[in-house]
Design a protein around this ligand. Structure first.
Ligand code: SAH
Ligand code: DHB
Ligand code: MG
Length: 222
């Protein structure tokens, strides 16, 4: 990719939006701090993307949300906050230590009643879910990138008609335009399969970090 984009400007713009519309409160700061102290990678969504997730969960009127990739629970807190009373978020995480940090962060945020974190390979957890716990109103995909195409198939089996799939990291600084690694190839395949599926209507919302990434917003209308 040509390096013509000013990374500092992108970060400054994202900070600007975050400070305006997604200022940190105690529970969100605490989630970041717990993750930092536990040595988790800082690959959670940004405050502004967290706010976008929160708005989309609310706009969709979602009562049941599925997250693939919990990390320290930061995005889970943003989404769970938009759930109505009785709403539920199930989040899948392969790493026991990540799940433990996330449970603490979710509990401290007062959301323990709404959020359930399941430890294990997401594809196994998803297969085990069919059909007992379906349907979900919204699925947020944010785990290992190689498995995005498989997560798309699994999500469609669990989603109600009219439901939403959100997928993080679908631009990868432009790597999807000419993929040179497995992760970028898998994401490009994910994007193309979404485009080719007549049941799906989608767009990718650009996400500004140090580079441009994207959140795919996909509606399932079979
Ligand atoms: N959604 C989080 C960030 C998730 S980072 C947030 O924004 O706060 C990706 C997470 O997916 C990591 O915690 C990683 O351990 C987890 N993961 C990776 N491969 C996985 C798999 N096969 N099944 C479940 N979780 C997986
Ligand atoms: C990275 C960012 C992500 O949003 C993610 O889900 C995984 C990795 C990264 O910046 O490396
Ligand atoms: Mg991500």
């Amino acid at each position: 990719m040509p390096e013509t984009i000013d990374a500092r400007l992108l970060a400054a713009i994202d900070d600007y939006v975050g400070r305006l519309y997604a200022p940190p409160d105690w529970a969100l700061s605490n989630a970041i701090e717990l993750a930092r102290r536990a040595g988790l990678p800082a690959i959670n969504v940004s405050p502004s993307e967290g706010k976008l997730l929160n708005l989309l969960v609310g706009l969709a009127g979602a009562r049941r949300v599925l997250e693939i990739g919990t990390l320290g629970g930061y995005s889970a807190i943003w989404m769970a906050r938009a759930l109505p009373p009785g709403g539920r978020l199930v989040s899948l995480e392969i790493d026991r230590r990540h799940a433990e940090v996330a449970r603490n962060a979710v509990e401290a945020a007062g959301l323990a009643e709404k959020v359930e974190i399941r430890v294990g390979r997401a594809l196994d957890a998803l297969a085990a879910m069919v059909p007992e716990e379906a349907p979900f109103d919204l699925v947020f995909i944010d785990a290992d990138k190689d498995a995005y195409p498989a997560y798309l198939d699994a999500s469609l089996l669990l989603l109600r008609p009219g439901g939403l799939i959100l997928a993080d990291n679908t631009i990868r600084g432009g790597d999807v335009l000419a993929p040179h690694d497995e992760a970028a190839r898998a994401i490009a395949e994910f994007n193309e399969r979404v485009a080719a599926d007549p049941r799906l209507s989608a767009v990718i919302v650009p996400i500004m970090r140090e580079r441009i990434d994207g959140l795919a917003v996909i509606r399932y209308l079979p």
